[in-house]
Design a protein around this ligand. Structure first.
Ligand code: OAD
Length: 282
């Protein structure tokens, strides 16, 4: 295993245009855009641990608090810009023949960098979606929806949400939105600890992995806490594919990697992608 960027050469030269590539990203890839990671020191919100807020139990106990946290995160994401790591992954998808990006991130920074939706699986959901806690109803919320609820929560808003207005008639919109179809509480459209992964998205991952081994698997900015992340990285890189980890810190995946890049993603990924896309010249 080699850690130094300069000393490393691709053991298997593959034409970049014929590469089959799997990229798995986590919160570290958005860290340099100013989005706090889950387990980093900036992750705490009002001294509350995200790992305890992102749970069905926290929502059952205090849905308003959980919504406030998600609305603040939404706002921070809206104000953030994709960084060089997101852009490098877009460059890579343009060169590779077959590609899947699995992101655990619920932000939209990969998409805003120009990454094609059909090649991306947001395995932990999408923060800008809200869904009913009881029925199948779901919707995309925009900035205005969030502002209206925040004004309601602050006690000086009398406007009704465009979306729940019909269901709630003359009432002031409460800070916790209700489903227009069945009046149950709406919740953020993300996967919480202890919940099942979305079936359709899982099938897309399985289909890609069943479709053949990868030449390169890149795992960037994740602690790889969940067994399925390690499982997908190993299955993707079976048959001697490269398994490259980009993370300043050691993780539970590190011991399986064929290459470790201990640098921030926005520094490492542009260089790595240049290497990959120029590898015929190596
Ligand atoms: P974590 O917060 O657990 O980990 C962030 C990882 O990024 C750590 O391993 C850091 O070392 C690394 N990191 C920090 N800054 C970096 C940088 N600039 N470049 C590269 N790496 C950097 O976030 P995730 O691993 O994404 O799930 O967390 C996985 C899941 O756990 C989340 O999707 C969320 C969380 O609980 C659910 O909510 C279900």
């Amino acid at each position: 295993m080699l850690a130094s960027h300069q000393s490393w050469k691709w053991p298997r030269v593959v034409d970049a245009t014929k590469m089959r590539v799997l990229v798995i990203t986590g919160a570290g890839v958005s860290a340099e855009s100013g989005i706090p990671t889950f387990r980093g020191k900036d992750g705490f919100w009002r001294k509350l641990n995200p790992a305890e807020l992102a749970t069905p139990e926290a929502f059952a106990r205090d849905p308003q608090l959980v919504w406030e946290w998600y609305r603040e995160r939404r706002q921070r994401i809206r104000n953030a810009q994709p960084n060089a790591a997101h852009e490098a992954i877009v460059k890579l998808v343009r060169h590779a023949n077959e590609f899947l990006l699995i992101t655990q991130n619920v932000d939209d920074l990969h998409a805003r960098a120009g990454f094609p939706k059909e090649k991306m699986v947001q395995i932990h959901g999408d923060i800008f979606v809200s869904k009913c806690s009881r029925c199948d109803f779901s919707q995309r919320d925009d900035d205005q929806d969030d502002r209206q609820y925040q004004e309601g929560a602050a006690g000086f808003g009398v406007r009704r949400s465009r979306r729940c207005g019909t269901a709630l008639k003359a009432r002031t919109c409460p800070p916790t939105p209700k489903c227009p179809a069945c009046d149950a509480l709406m919740r953020p459209g993300v996967v919480w600890f202890g919940e099942q992964l979305p079936w359709n998205e899982l099938q897309r991952v399985e289909t890609f992995l069943d479709g053949g081994a990868c030449d390169v698997v890149v795992v960037a900015g994740t602690t790889a806490t969940f067994g399925y992340i390690i499982d997908w990285a190993l299955r993707g890189s079976r048959d001697h594919g490269e398994l490259i980890e980009v993370n300043p810190e050691e993780t539970s995946l590190s011991r399986f990697a064929t290459r470790l890049i201990r640098e921030p993603a926005a520094t490492a990924l542009p260089r790595l992608v240049d290497d990959l896309t120029n590898r015929n010249a190596l």
